[in-house]
Design a protein around this ligand. Sequence first.
Ligand code: S3P
Length: 428
Amino acid sequence: MNLQINKKQNIRREINIPGDKSISHRSIILSSLARGKAKIKGFLESEDCLKTIQAFQDMGVEIERIDRGEYIVNGVGIRGLKKPHNVIDCGNSGTLMRLLTGLLSAQTFYTVLSGDDSLRLRPMDRIIQPLSKMGAKIWARCNKYAPLSIKGSSLKGLEYKLPVASAQVKSAILLAGLQTDQQVKIIEPALSRDHTERLLAGLGVDIKKKGHVTYLPKEGNREFDAQNIEVPRDISSAAFFIVAGLITQNSEIILKDIGINPTRSGFIEVVNKMGGDLEIKNRREISGEPIADLVVRSSELKGTEISGDIIPKLIDEIPAISIMASQAEGETIIKDALELRVKETDRIEAMVSQLSSLNVDIEGLDDGMIIQGPNSIKGGIEVNSFGDHRVAMSLAIIGLLADAEITIKNSQIIRTSFPEFEQILSGL
Ligand code: S3P
């Protein structure tokens, strides 16, 4: 599928952003492991998150859709999952595959996990290593890639220093750790998103956090009763329309109920640093997560440097930030973001090649990029998403400035995280 984008300005409206992807996955996983019924509201009905529902249904959990984004999960308890009768398909979702591997490592049955062409090329050794230290039995293609075969085993405790900040690895270890009776301690080089910890604490699990250290203490409670969960709207999806509001003329966009968890809101800090007009109103909390309403207006942006500990707090927003930087006065340098090379595609390579073809002055670094701005955007060409939803959406947003129509190839991948994106964009 291709997506055609034309020049737009004067975007003055409220946009409904769908539910947070990371929290939607976790809401199903943890409600399935809880004892009893939970209602989930605001669930993101995207391809990735629907794969999570399917995976738990395949393992015998009853999950019923009652309305748009509303589900009832009949939790079976940590020991209540059933052996699936086929390979579990994780689709495009690294989060699902990595979190499931942690969980299934300590179950009593054998499972095989696979996914699409992109997911089968993403590194899984980062979870296999720590989980193996706990006693997990996992086989992978070339010891690194899916399909993964997991023989559930009885696991022991772990103290592990993560080589790279990663919420997926941390959460995989925590889900395995819930099924041991020993201490599990994880030390991160920088803070990654903490949704798993917040949800577990809300469910009554004894989980502690001190700076960069997260642990399940030896004697703590690791079983829990179900609780209703309300999912905030996804700041990573909102980021595309925040950038649209900032870079188009005479625009004002309102985005309500957006998650602003401090481990996810590095993007907001960068918008402020670049001189963007972004107002945060009505701060409140749902299901242990801070949310707020955001109002963004057209702005004169300036270049900046983005590096160090802020990177994990905005890792998914870097493609959108590169669009913002293309319109900012001066130089923007993004460093310390080597992780971009192992996302759904190599996002450094993808953004550098595609933005260059649109006339943006951009240069790739091993671990980031340098962008000089502002740039006028050349249209009348086709660009490629490389099968990456965030690359596709970023290119669509820069297309709002192009001097002629641009076409984004393979745009169907957007459905993995933001199925309503195209409809919202065409309605602007
Ligand atoms: C996610 C963690 C991040 C992020 C991904 C979602 C999660 O990945 O990029 O989109 O839900 O835990 P890493 O853990 O690899 O940094």
